[in-house]
Design a protein around this ligand. Structure first.
Ligand code: SF4
Length: 322
């Protein structure tokens, strides 16, 4: 995540994206629709018939028909533990802890590759030792040859080396001066959940100096709906603090790949198109929660089902319907 700092500085975003940012109208502090929930959903929220949901759940469009909302919120299923779920938790913890520990470090020896590689490997050895129970679960959960915990740890190691090289670059390009930003990995946002429909939000990272918010995602490939999570966090923050958040980041960590691909940073303006897509996803979730007696259709394309925590629950429902 430290790579954010030199990359954001290189983009010079305050000037480069000024026009796009000025065109944003759907701010989280607006009292008007589509920002606020209206009509039947507003009444249902306030009557306690439906609950506000976390940003991650509202914006997760992995299931195209949102059967996941039906399974989790109407049928109260927890879903099974999957390789992807545990991997995501390990990656989040490793990147968060590493960022907190090193983001302000000025280590002049980082200009030497051997030192940089040793520093990353030492950090990872200790991370693996502390988290060995969690990492040990992966072996029992894997279902394909690509789900390989040793490969995951190697990819984490290469990613941390890259992060350290970016730290060195940041320190070099700022000529050793203090960083002009800090990465907050522990923010909690409490929006007005009865008007936004969003419950307490905990983004993976927030850079207050530059009003940037974002999330870590992992998986086979970057999905087009991942930026919706950043939009949801931005709207929640604007609602809670009456302050604009303009830029979103998705730190994408590829897993289950044959090549060693380092984490990618996707940077974007959280424009009205993205914000409107988030409201649409939010309202679709509420529609499914409100219509308790009917379940949504199964998706025509079920390729995502094999990675889904509700796979077994959905199989059972399909069998019952035959
Ligand atoms: S198993 Fe498939 S249909 Fe069921 S919730 Fe997951 S993605 Fe949707």
């Amino acid at each position: 995540m430290i790579q954010i700092m030199p990359k954001i500085n290189l983009l010079n975003f305050k000037n480069e994206f000024k026009d796009e940012i000025n065109r944003i109208t759907y701010r989280g502090y607006s009292k008007e629709p589509p920002v606020v929930v209206t009509g039947a959903y507003y009444s249902a929220l306030n009557a306690g018939e439906i609950k506000p949901l976390p940003v991650g759940e509202l914006s997760n469009l992995a299931c195209p028909t949102r059967m996941d909302i039906y399974m989790g919120r109407i049928k109260k299923k927890d879903g099974k533990t999957t390789w992807g779920r545990v991997t995501g938790q390990i990656i989040d913890k490793c990147i968060h802890d590493f960022t907190k520990q090193y983001q302000n470090e000025k280590d002049s020896k980082l200009k030497v590759f051997d030192h940089l590689i040793k520093k990353s490997s030492d950090y990872l050895d200790s991370f693996v030792e502390v988290n060995k129970r969690q990492i040990g679960k992966l072996n029992k959960l894997k279902s394909t040859p690509e789900e390989d915990e040793n490969r995951l740890i190697k990819t984490l190691d290469y990613t941390l080396r890259y992060e350290l090289s970016m730290l060195f670059l940041q320190n070099s390009l700022t000529n050793g001066k203090a960083n002009n930003m800090s990465i907050n990995c522990e923010l909690e946002i409490i929006p007005n959940c009865m008007t936004t429909g969003i419950s307490k939000a905990t983004p993976d990272f927030f850079i207050p100096e530059l009003s940037i918010i974002g999330d870590i995602k992992s998986g086979v490939e970057f999905k087009r709906y991942y930026p919706l999570t950043a939009a949801g966090y931005a709207l929640a923050y604007e609602n809670a603090h009456n302050t604009n958040v303009d830029l979103g980041l998705i730190y994408f960590f590829p897993t289950r790949q044959r090549d060693f691909s380092l984490a990618h940073l996707h940077i974007f303006v959280i424009d009205d198109i993205l914000r409107a897509a988030f409201f649409q996803a939010r309202d679709k979730s509420f529609e499914i929660m409100k219509d308790k007696n009917n379940y949504p259709p199964f998706p025509e394309n079920d390729t995502g089902c094999s990675f889904c925590k509700y796979e077994d629950d959905c199989k059972l429902l399909r069998l019952r319907l035959r």
